[in-house]
Design a protein around this ligand. Structure first.
Ligand SMILES: Cc1cc2nc3c(=O)[nH]c(=O)nc-3n(C[C@H](O)[C@H](O)[C@H](O)COP(=O)(O)OP(=O)(O)OC[C@H]3O[C@@H](n4cnc5c(N)ncnc54)[C@H](O)[C@@H]3O)c2cc1C
Length: 385
């Protein structure tokens, strides 16, 4: 096996079960109060400002960040446990998800002291939400072709262009945008890119909804028309945007949400078949659970690397590729095993979860980098090492 494809075997410390129990009790209490109904893909579609604020109060956002920025100085493994419990329960975590997972972490790594002091405490309280500003109308997989441009002005920059497929922009406060700060150099398209925090309420920013065929709204197009962004909004260094953006993508790809989006469906599948599963059903469910367990071990290995300060780009791409195939397979297996009429308004919880999983499935292997792009990254890195 290639030296590049190595993950540490990480065992969770026993005392972490106390934290797991705390999260489970909190979820059970919220469920009994009727605060939320479990939902597949809740980290994208489950928006609840109130729920995010409650998680912030419990110290479950910004968990690994320094206390001086509102964080809690806990380990990546503790964060992993909280995250997997919330996702498995299908809890509404979308509001703060991006800010907690990648924007805040990026600011911690590359931001100025002023930016950290301003943004991180609000994120950790579950009160400040961020979006990802990468894709554009003519730039998806080929991100380096992006053309939104910030031009230097007195005291700041003037931004023009647009971002596409921006999840959650209609109820978020800020975007970390990757834009050009120098004209495209065809010899090296990764040069001349920089990252900025863009205030989505600034004059000249328009957020246009893009509704799904189901009527759901989480996508947007965000248009920038002469938007003034002060100098203090630059993240890291001018021209370092590509390197920083790739580090951000490693956070984006490495978490348990890349294989747990459809887990609430597995719970309902087990509830549905538990009385008398036939041999075929037992085998198919057994295969799913075995894959789930392997992915969890791999994802824990990635959390272990993050704990050591490593940026695990290759392994994050691998876990994301395998994980998103699994999320899709779970929906497909559930559909084939149980005769049903999936609908988001069905009176059966199994049928509601199945409908959510099927409707969201096409996006699993696109968002955060498509399967083909991830496999390209994996192949290149494996050959290089
Ligand atoms: C649910 C969801 C949420 C998203 N949220 C956000 C967000 O918040 N912010 C944001 O910036 N973006 C977001 N995106 C956009 C996402 O990052 C892009 O969809 C993705 O990068 C692919 O780009 P594209 O859609 O333009 O497809 P394209 O790049 O046009 O690709 C089309 C097809 O061609 C294949 N392809 C392209 N290039 C190659 C190649 N070199 N080799 C082999 N095959 C190739 C791709 O794999 C794909 O199958 C989201 C997408 C989804 C589905």
């Amino acid at each position: 096996m290639s030296k590049a494809l190595k993950l540490p075997i990480v065992e969770l410390p026993e005392n972490i079960d106390k934290l797991r129990d705390e999260v489970r009790s909190f979820i059970a209490e919220e469920r009994s109060k009727g605060t939320f109904e479990p939902q597949c893909d809740s980290w994208l579609g489950g928006f609840s400002a109130e729920f995010s604020r409650k998680l912030g109060e419990r110290g479950w956002i910004g968990m690994t960040w320094p206390k001086k920025y509102g964080g809690h100085e806990r380990s990546s493994l503790e964060r992993f446990v909280v995250t997997e419990e919330l996702l498995a329960a299908g809890a509404p975590v979308a509001a703060h998800w991006i800010a907690d997972r990648q924007s805040g972490t990026l600011l911690l790594r590359y931001g100025t002291e002023e930016q950290r002091n301003f943004y991180l405490p609000k994120i950790a309280k579950g009160e400040s939400y961020f979006v990802i500003g990468l894709s554009e109308p003519n730039s998806g997989s080929d991100l380096a072709s992006l053309s939104s441009m910030a031009t230097k002005a007195d005291g700041g920059w003037v931004l023009n262009g647009s971002k596409l497929w921006t999840s959650g922009a209609h109820h978020s406060h800020y975007m970390i945008a990757l834009v050009r700060t120098a004209p495209l150099n065809p010899e090296n398209r990764h040069q001349g890119l920089s990252q900025f925090v863009v205030d989505l309420a600034a004059p000249g920013v328009t957020v246009r909804p893009i509704r799904l065929m189901t009527g759901e709204h989480h996508f947007n197009e965000v248009i920038f028309e002469d938007v003034f962004i002060p100098d203090g909004s630059l993240v890291g260094k001018v021209g370092d945007g590509w390197k920083q953006g790739m580090a951000e993508l490693a956070y984006e790809r490495s978490g348990p949400e890349r294989f747990l989006s459809t887990l609430p469906l597995l719970t309902e599948l087990l509830n549905t078949i538990q009385l008398d599963p036939d041999r075929h059903t037992k085998i198919e469910v057994g295969k799913l659970v075995a894959r789930l367990w392997t992915l969890r071990k791999m994802s824990l290995g990635v959390a272990g690397l993050l704990e050591k300060g490593v940026t695990p780009s290759l392994m994050a791409a691998l876990v994301k590729d395998l994980g998103t195939q699994f999320e899709k397979q779970l929906a497909e297996t559930a559909r084939l095993l149980v005769s049903s009429n999936p609908s988001v308004t069905s009176s059966s919880a199994f049928e509601r979860r199945l409908a959510e999983a099927i409707l969201h499935s096409p996006g699993f292997t696109l968002r955060g980098g498509t399967t083909e792009i991830l496999r390209g990254i994996i192949a290149k890195e494996v050959v290089a090492k």
